[in-house]
Design a binder for this molecule. Structure first.
Ligand SMILES: *Cc1c(COP(=O)(O)O)cnc(C)c1O
Length: 399
């Protein structure tokens, strides 16, 4: 545990390999496990249903799976947490947390913007929790006796706004704070160190890192993990062991991937700021995002995500998505390859028009997730796509 995070990325969750005599994580696909000693079986069943992290017999794969448990151990170590619980998606992780939080009350607070589907889940009332969206500096005043949870996302999807984790924790008082830290990864930010009770990741993004696994995780104290495990065993929002294997494999290069992608992003953000088609680049550290100073206070770097507001609005954004050749025009983020997408038309489509405006999600906004390709290849592709957009919108303007 005293190793640096780079070393932990490579070795965490592999502690039992020596005893097992293996070099790669075994994939255990069993759905059920023989119970030859009924007393041990019954005690194990009771322990797992009560949310214990393991038992002598795993009993049934909805209660425990060793391949999934290994990647949970690894991610807990990366976040400096006692425990981690893995789910079939980031949305399943958030849903589980909302359902567990219901026992503390039927009200919660959240700070916009957040990932579009998270916003939709909180607005829809589907989980029976009533969410109010408030500015971060109104949290203390808006907490009620039945407020069960405060949710923030920093850096926020898609505008890269930063939220002061320590200040929100202080304002929330006894109310637990969950930080969606998917954009930062444990390489750049550890929300638990600033007093957050839970950290949530869409592990589909940087943690998996190769665009081939959907997963979600929550890292927290062991006492908070128990009700989450009980909920997962009852509701079945599991991560499949094959997905857990891929996620664990992705973790070993997490530090390398984040550093390389961030290096590319820092330079691209500068160059894009000077391009004639771009009105504004939202990227932490450029002075263009809300609470920009926090990048130095709670993060170890600005990350690899940025948003570009184009002069040409929706038409220019659509033209860029049509014109990119190397870069993939697609939702999702945090992959080895660079992705570009239009939040107003895709990821944040589920927000109503006024909520999108409140969040600064304009029709000319594109979100760019920078990958690990060569910087110059990325720049050539972006510059030609933006030049094409500039030309086509100028033509449309002249017509
Ligand atoms: C993608 C994403 C989610 C949802 O995760 P899934 O794995 O797609 O369910 C939640 N929060 C953020 C910030 C995301 O980018």
């Amino acid at each position: 545990m005293t190793h640096t995070i780079d070393t932990r990325c490579v070795h965490a969750g592999r502690e039992d390999f020596g005893a097992l005599g293996v070099h790669a994580p075994p994939i255990d696909l069993s759905t059920t496990y023989p119970v030859t000693d009924l007393a041990i079986g019954t005690a194990s069943f009771d322990a797992l249903v009560a949310g214990e992290p393991r038992a002598e017999n795993p009993i049934y794969a909805r209660l425990h799976n060793p391949t999934v448990a290994r990647v949970e151990t690894a991610i807990a170590q990366l976040e400096g947490a006692e425990a981690c619980i893995a789910y079939g998606s980031g949305m399943a992780a958030l849903t589980a947390l909302l359902m567990v939080s219901r026992s503390r009350g039927g009200h919660m607070l959240a700070v916009r913007p957040i990932y579009g589907t998270s916003d939709h889940l909180l607005t829809s009332g589907l989980t029976g929790i009533d969410c109010e969206f408030v500015p971060a500096d109104e949290i203390a005043a808006r907490c009620r006796p039945d407020t069960a949870l405060v949710l923030i996302e920093t850096p926020a999807n898609p505008t890269l706004d930063l939220v002061d984790i320590a200040a929100v924790v202080k304002a929330a008082g006894d109310v637990p704070v969950v930080v969606d830290s998917s954009f930062a990864t444990p390489i750049l930010q550890n929300p638990l160190a600033f007093g957050a009770r839970y950290v949530l990741h869409s592990a589909t993004k940087f943690l998996g890192g190769h665009g081939d696994v959907i997963a979600g995780v929550i890292a927290c104290a062991e006492a908070d993990a128990k009700p989450l495990r009980t909920m997962r065993a009852a509701t079945g929002a599991l991560l499949h062991p094959l997905a857990a294997y891929l996620l664990h494999r992705g973790l070993s290069t997490l530090a390398l991937r984040v550093e390389r992608a961030q290096h590319n992003a820092i330079e691209l953000a500068q160059r894009l700021s000077g391009h004639g088609a771009v009105r504004r680049v939202f990227f932490p550290g450029l002075g263009s995002v809300r609470n920009d100073h926090l990048v130095k206070m709670q993060m170890r770097g600005p990350g690899a995500l940025m948003a570009l507001d184009l002069h040409g609005g929706h038409a220019a954004a659509a033209a860029v998505m049509r014109a990119v050749q190397l870069i993939t025009p697609a939702v999702s983020l945090g992959s080895v390859d660079t992705l570009i997408q239009h939040p107003a038309g895709l990821t944040h489509r589920v927000l109503d028009e006024s909520a999108r405006q409140e969040c600064g999600i304009t029709d000319g906004l594109l979100r760019l997730s920078v990958g690990i390709e060569s910087l110059e290849d990325l720049w050539i592709d972006l510059a030609q796509a933006l030049d094409t957009a500039l030309a086509s919108t100028a033509l449309a303007g002249a017509a």
